[in-house]
Design a protein around this ligand. Structure first.
Ligand SMILES: Nc1ncnc2c1ncn2[C@@H]1O[C@H](COP(=O)(O)OP(=O)(O)OP(=O)(O)O)[C@@H](O)[C@H]1O
Length: 305
C-alpha cells in the first residue's frame, strides 16, 4: 500500500529545547494513525511540521511524494486539518464557514454530506456566536473534512464532544478512511482511539517509543508478566542489560515486571534467566487495557533514560 504521508528523521528544537528527536513514521492511504503521548510529548509539534507551520531542523516530510516545508506548500492542497482550537468567525453561520473551506467540484454536495454526517443540520444556518463548545468543535472538524482531502490531521478532535457526537464522528472517519482518506489523529481518550485507529504511534518526550498496529497492541501490548526468581536483583539487571522492557514497582524495586512488547519477549527473558542458571520460582500473567499499557510504556521509557 502506498504511503500518503512520510515523515523521516524529524528533529525540531525551540531554542535550546530539543522537542522532537529523529521522528520517523508513515501513514498509508486509507489508514487511520493515532498519535498518543503525554502532555508536552510533541504531538502538536509533529502536526504543525506536517502542515508546514513551523521550521524543521533536520528531516524530510512528504505528502503524496511531494515535499512539505514552510516554503513548500503545494502538497497541502490535499490536506484538511484541525489543530488546537477551531478558527471560528462569530458573525458567520456554520454553513458560511463551510463555504469558505469548500473549493472543489461537488462543493454543495460535499457541504451537505458533512453537515448530515456530523448531525449539524439543526444549527448550521445559525451564527457561530450562538454555538456551544461542542458545536464549534464539530464545525472545526467539518471545515477540515468538507473539501474531501486525501489526508486529514486532527489534534484532539473529541474535545468537547458528547458521547453521541464522538460516535458519529468515529463512524464518519471510518467511512472516509474506507473510501481512501488517510488520518493522523491525536487524542488522550485512548479507549476511543482503540475503536478508531488502525496503527498507533506512542510518543514520549519527542521520541517515538513504539509503533504498532492497534490489533497487535490489543492482543499483545496489553500483557505483562510478573516473574519471581531465586535472585530477582541479578535477574532484573540481566533482563534490562538485554534491552527487554522491564518496569519497576517503587514499592518493591527488585520485582520483575516484564512488558510483552512482542510475542517473543517472554521467551527471550526466560532463555536469558535459564542460561544464567537463575532459578525461576513463579510467573504470573497480567492483562492491561490500552490506558494501562500506555502508562507502563511511558514509565518504562523514563526509567531506561
Ligand atoms: N512555539 C513554541 N516555543 C517553544 N516551545 C514550544 C513551542 N511549542 C511547543 N513547545 C514545547 O514543545 C514541547 C512539545 O509541545 P507540543 O505542543 O507539541 O506537545 P503535545 O504532545 O501536543 O502536548 P499536549 O498533549 O499538551 O497538547 C513542549 O515542551 C512545549 O512546551
Amino acid at each position: 500500500m502506498s504511503n500518503l504521508l512520510s515523515v523521516q528523521q524529524l528533529d525540531i528544537a525551540f531554542g535550546k529545547h530539543q522537542v522532537l528527536h529523529q521522528v520517523s513514521f508513515d501513514v498509508a492511504a486509507g489508514h487511520i494513525v493515532a498519535l498518543v503521548g503525554p502532555n508536552g510529548a510533541g504531538k502538536s509539534t509533529i502536526m504543525k511540521a506536517v502542515l508546514g507551520l513551523i521550521s524543521i531542523d533536520h528531516g524530510h516530510l512528504t505528502i503524496d511524494s511531494h515535499p512539505v516545508s514552510m516554503t513548500s506548500h503545494e502538497a497541502l492542497k490535499q490536506v484538511g486539518a484541525l489543530i488546537e482550537y477551531p478558527g471560528i468567525y462569530p458573525f458567520l453561520t456554520g454553513r458560511q464557514h463551510l463555504e469558505l473551506f469548500a473549493d472543489k467540484e461537488n462543493r454543495e454536495a460535499n457541504i451537505e454530506q458533512v453537515i448530515k454526517a456530523l448531525h449539524m443540520t439543526d444549527y448550521i444556518d445559525h451564527k457561530a456566536k450562538l454555538y456551544s463548545l461542542g458545536m464549534k468543535q464539530k464545525l472545526g472538524i467539518a471545515q477540515a473534512l468538507v473539501d474531501r482531502p486525501k489526508l486529514v490531521i486532527l489534534d484532539e478532535p473529541m474535545n468537547g464532544l458528547d458521547p453521541e457526537a464522538v460516535k458519529q464522528l468515529r463512524d464518519y472517519i471510518r467511512q472516509l478512511a474506507s473510501e481512501g482518506t488517510s488520518f493522523l489523529i491525536s487524542s488522550h481518550i485512548l479507549s476511543e482511539l482503540e475503536k478508531l485507529a488502525d496503527d498507533v504511534l506512542f510518543l514520549d518526550q519527542g521520541h517515538i517509543i513504539r509503533q504498532t498496529s492497534m490489533a497487535e497492541l490489543v492482543t499483545s501490548g496489553g500483557t505483562s508478566y510478573h516473574i519471581t526468581t531465586a535472585d530477582d536483583a541479578d535477574a532484573k539487571s540481566r533482563l534490562i542489560a538485554l534491552g527487554l522492557p522491564v518496569l519497576t514497582d517503587d514499592t518493591d524495586p527488585e520485582k520483575i515486571i516484564l512488558l510483552q512488547k512482542t510475542p517473543q519477549t517472554l521467551n527471550q527473558a526466560l532463555h536469558t534467566l535459564l542460561t544464567a542458571n537463575i532459578e525461576i520460582v513463579d510467573i504470573v500473567k497480567v492483562q492491561h487495557d490500552l490506558e494501562e499499557s500506555f502508562l507502563d510504556m511511558v514509565n518504562h521509557q523514563q526509567e531506561v533514560k
